[in-house]
Structures are given as C-alpha cells and as structure tokens.
Design a protein around this ligand. Structure first.
Ligand code: NAD
Length: 267
C-alpha cells in the first residue's frame, strides 16, 4: 500500500507527454496519487506511462486543452472512474519565438489558445469536482516570462502574465467560497525540454533531426550562461515544486507564485 505524500489523491496533469508535465505525472504517481496524464501527443503519453514504476498509477487520456468538449469528457471520465479529483496541474504550453512585427495573428492566437484558454477551460471544467474533494489544489505552470518581459516573446509573455493573475483571482474566489481549493502558479526558468527547439520552429518539433540536437545543445549552453546558478534546470526540478504545492504540506499556500529558475528573476 502506498504511503507517499499523495496517497489517496487523484490528479490530472496536462501536457504530460514529455518535459515538465511528464515529470509531474511520474512524481505525483510515485508519491501515491492515481494520475490521469493528458496530452494531444498519444505516442509521448505512452512513453510517460511506460516510465511509471511498477505499481504506480498513470492512466493516459487524450486531452486537447483548447477543446471545451475534451475537458467535459475527461472530467466526466475521472468522476466516473475515480469519484474525485484532488489535483489539477495545468501544464500544457506552447512557445513561439517571434519579434512583434513577425507575430502573426495565428502565432498570437495559437499561444493564447493553449496557454491561456487552456488554463481557463480546464480550471472552470474541473472546479465543481475539485470543490467536492474536501481539499484540492490547482497548479498553473506559468513562467519567468509571466513575471518579466522578454524580447522576442511578447505573445508568450502575455499568456504567461495572464496565467499569473488568473491564478490569483481564482485563488481568492475559492478562498471566499471556502471550497477547500488552493490555486497557485509555478514560474520555471530555463528547463531542458523540447520546448526550446519548438520555439524556434513555429512551435513544432522535428524529432531526431541533427538540427534539433544542435539547437538543443546550443540552447542548453546559452541557458546555463544566462542562469545565475550556472546550469539549466531539469523537468524534475519543477515537478518537486508542483508536488509541494499539491500536497497537504502547502495547506496555507494559495494565490502564490513559486519561482524555480536558478536565480534568474532575483536580479
Ligand atoms: N522548458 C522551459 O524552459 C519552460 C520555462 C518556463 C515555462 N515553461 C512552461 O512549462 C510548461 C511545459 O513545457 P515544457 O518545457 O515541458 O515543453 P514541452 O514542449 O516539452 O511540453 C509541452 C507539452 O504540452 C503539450 N501540448 C501542446 N499543446 C497542447 C494541447 N492543445 N493540449 C494538450 N497538450 C498540449 C505538448 O504535446 C507537450 O507534451 C509549458 O506551459 C511551458 O510554457 C517551460
């Protein structure tokens, strides 16, 4: 029987086919949660499930966070299968590098749709189930780009700044309602994931290509140089912070922003 920090809890993690979402899903499961891992990338999700330890519960669900229908279906499925939802990690995200004058409406809307609509649709769809759990947590994965402006990322910064204040407003609504739901945001700095390759390629990945590998290497080095601690973070560094915010250890924490960035935002 599991005796981890999330024993008896049911969690839903979006964007769990790789990167930070995968690390969150695996860590929550290792701590005893029954985890529903959602993404549009079913192959990546299968990879996440394959990495779960024997006995850890990771179930995969197709969930396009921009689709209200998908949210209704997935929340209904969790309600029927597990009877409760204690944790929602809104992690799915898209980053596209573009100067303002190169930011087409399509580039703007795609990032708004995944990063901001997705967080709104998910939080709203899951809230009734979360509020019945007798204690629940929402963690929204924002970014240091939701705290500081970054050149070449105006649309992305707009989405992540929106997530930051959406989080605080919903946290206060939940507190006023005394529904036991805490709502917090996490702000990663440079974390080694495929997002760094995708952001230079219209948000898409070209897996296994030499140029993708070279780009990842160059980005890792640039990120390390720009980070006061001298290295880029790993997805697990963010998952540890997400786990804390989801756990009962954070019972007095709501509307907060947890920065995990190797010191970038400190100066
Ligand atoms: N890696 C970093 O340096 C960094 C820094 C700050 C913030 N973040 C944020 O962390 C989160 C995770 O990013 P990551 O670095 O792991 O990137 P990633 O590209 O590895 O993972 C993003 C995941 O989101 C999924 N996704 C994209 N659109 C989706 C949709 N419509 N519905 C469902 N899933 C969808 C992708 O398939 C992918 O699995 C994002 O919100 C990102 O903005 C990352």
């Amino acid at each position: 029987m599991s005796v981890g920090r999330m024993a008896g809890k049911v969690a839903l993690v979006t964007g769990a086919a790789g990167g930070i979402g995968r690390a969150c899903a695996l860590l929550l499961a290792r701590e005893g949660a029954r985890v529903f891992a959602g993404d549009v990338d079913m192959e990546g999700l299968a990879g996440t499930a394959a990495l779960a330890r024997d006995g850890d519960a990771v179930e995969t669900v197709r969930l396009d966070v921009t689709s209200e229908d998908d949210w209704a279906e997935v929340v209904g499925r969790i309600s029927a299968a597990a009877g409760a939802l204690h944790v929602l990690v809104n992690n799915a995200g898209l980053c596209i590098s573009a100067q303002l004058l190169e930011t087409t409406n399509d580039v703007w809307r795609r990032q708004m749709s995944v990063n901001l609509d997705g967080v709104f649709f998910g939080t709203r769809a899951a809230m009734p189930l979360l509020a019945r759990a007798g204690g629940a947590a929402v963690v929204n994965v924002s970014s240091v780009a939701g705290l500081d402006g970054l050149p070449g990322l105006s649309a992305y910064c707009a989405t992540k700044g929106g997530v930051r204040l959406f989080t605080k407003a919903v946290a206060l609504e939940c507190a006023q309602a005394r529904n036991g739901v805490r709502v917090n945001s996490v702000h990663p700095g440079a974390i080694e994931t495929p997002i760094w390759v995708k952001m230079q390629n219209d948000g898409r990945l070209d897996p296994g290509s030499n140029s993708a590998e070279a780009l990842m290497d160059a980005t890792r080095q640039a990120a390390a140089e720009a980070t006061p601690l001298g290295f880029a973070g790993l997805p697990e560094d963010i998952a540890e912070g997400v786990l804390y915010l989801c756990s009962d250890a954070a019972r007095f924490v709501t509307g907060a922003e947890l920065v995990i960035d190797g010191g970038v935002h400190a100066g």
